[in-house]
Design a protein around this ligand. Sequence first.
Ligand SMILES: C[S@@+](CC[C@H](N)C(=O)[O-])C[C@H]1O[C@@H](n2cnc3c(N)ncnc32)[C@H](O)[C@@H]1O
Length: 287
Amino acid sequence: MRKRRDWLGKQYHKLSMPLSVVFLLSGRRFHPQYRMTWRRKWALGRRLYRNWRHIRTGISYKGHLAIAAKLLEIPPSVKGVVVECGCWLGGTTANLSVICDLVGRDLVVYDSFEGLPAPLAGDNMKPEVKGSFRGDLDVVRQNVREYGVIERCTFRKGWFSDTLSSHAEPIVLCFVDVDLKSSMHDCVVSLWPYLTPKGYLFFDEYTLLHNCAIFFSERFWRDYLGTTPPGLMGSGTGVGVGQYFLGPWLESPAIQRPTSLAYTRKDFNGRWDYFPESETASEPPAN
Ligand SMILES: C[S@@+](CC[C@H](N)C(=O)[O-])C[C@H]1O[C@@H](n2cnc3c(N)ncnc32)[C@H](O)[C@@H]1O
């Protein structure tokens, strides 16, 4: 049953690849300096698809294409790196490094390279998850060397609670795929201040509404970042990458597999402000 489901999923991805490239890379706001002719778009789509078939990843190449589309819109004059938090075997890292090379940016990768840490009480996860998704640094480097552009990458090894506080570069796009609430907390608190005004924070846990909730929590954004929540585009169903997901069930038919992602930006507003009984109902958002 599982084999058949995997086979069906592969066929679906293969057949929908050309259409996905057309839909996801047909943006009219790509910066002209990147010279994204259809020939170059097609070459990018094929390379991301091929890489994705070679290295196991948590998200699909369609998610990588959606990230590429946003990076291609950011003018080269905006200074900043791309950051990946949580890389496992480096499947997404390889593709991000290819996209970074196209837009002339560096990629900074944060991971323990020892898998997930032991969950904390608030994570509501079983202790057995410790060590899951382990990808040794040598394995990740080798994968990126073979399929990506290793020269674009800097690897920062260690637990987020130790490494992220030393981050110093502006960030035009950050991809967070770290599974635990405690890890998400560290990533958002430490890296959000470095996000450029129209930079993107992409997030993998979009089907898990209790994780998406961080982007709508007034208490979290007030206490840790002194602002209001930005919300999250795609929470629950993911951004449109040529798949569909009718949650909340994670066990679903092959082409319903949830392999999309969600994103937010500093200039988004996820704060509810309609309180008819209150005189201060229409205060403008603080961010
Ligand atoms: C689901 S995997 C990432 C999958 C990857 N993004 C992909 O597309 O294939 C989660 C990763 O987060 C890392 N991670 C989670 N919490 C961490 C923490 N607190 N410190 C360092 N690494 C962490 C794990 O080591 C693991 O590599």
